[in-house]
Design a protein around this ligand. Sequence first.
Ligand SMILES: [Zn+2]
Length: 305
Amino acid sequence: MMSTARFLATAFAVLASSHAAAGLHVVATTPEYGAIAAAIGGDKIAVATLAKPTEDPHFVDAKPSHIVTLNRADLLIEGGADLEAGWLPPLLDGARNPKIAAGAPGHIRASEGIQLLDVPAVLDRSQGDVHAAGNPHFMMDPANARIVAEHIAKVLCSLDAASCPAFTANLQAFLAKLEGKTKEWEAALASFKGTPIVTYHPTWRYFAKRFELVSDVFLEPKPGIPPSPPHLAEVMRKMNEGKMRVVLVEPFQSRKTAEAVANRTNAVVVDVCQFPGGLPGTKDDYIALMDADVKAIIAGLSAQK
Ligand SMILES: [Zn+2]
């Protein structure tokens, strides 16, 4: 029989070697990029994610451990379009890792190649607008997830050519599943075409465009600015006038505010999330997350019929 101490030593040795065998160390700023990278990289990469799924991606709590993670990374995937502008730059400076510096082969800006919505004619952050460079929540459209997945696979192949056949096979499997599910989501939402949804933050603009819902009313007066009583009064007036009957809220937004608005407008609050792991059963799985969001939104809209 192996002694406990020897067993543990062996276990750690196995863990250490499997860690080394994992190959590229990939860091994602937010969980949907981490989930897609893991789906493509499989056992050829090790993935770490900086933001929690229950954290506001514009205001992530930067920790010393993030700097250590970034220091050891071979590849960084960020959303770009200013999503991480408030917290990533100092972490990157602290990490001193040329492999993932801006412009390096190991730095992916997911927004590259994406048609951004809400790009203002004039860049203006003076009033605290966190979408001054356009709306960075493009991953809520599965067509954009496809573009980003292809982008990630291409860069993984460039960093580890020997594993490229595996990356390519995993990418094809992911895209095939995504395409099939997108058809299901389109069919499930088809009868709600043109229906308005009210959301806390303009997170669902790309989702609404893809599935032909209308997302023009937000509890925040400007992206990143907390709701004010005069603004909420205006929102409730629009909701009553336009018969808007659902308010979408994410784990890191004020459900209390959403409930107060819904209670006075005969609407229902729908719990959604833009990140895998932010809803039950969606951890590390972008497609499962979208599936859960579609189901939650349909349940909310159906409750009003
Ligand atoms: Zn935002």
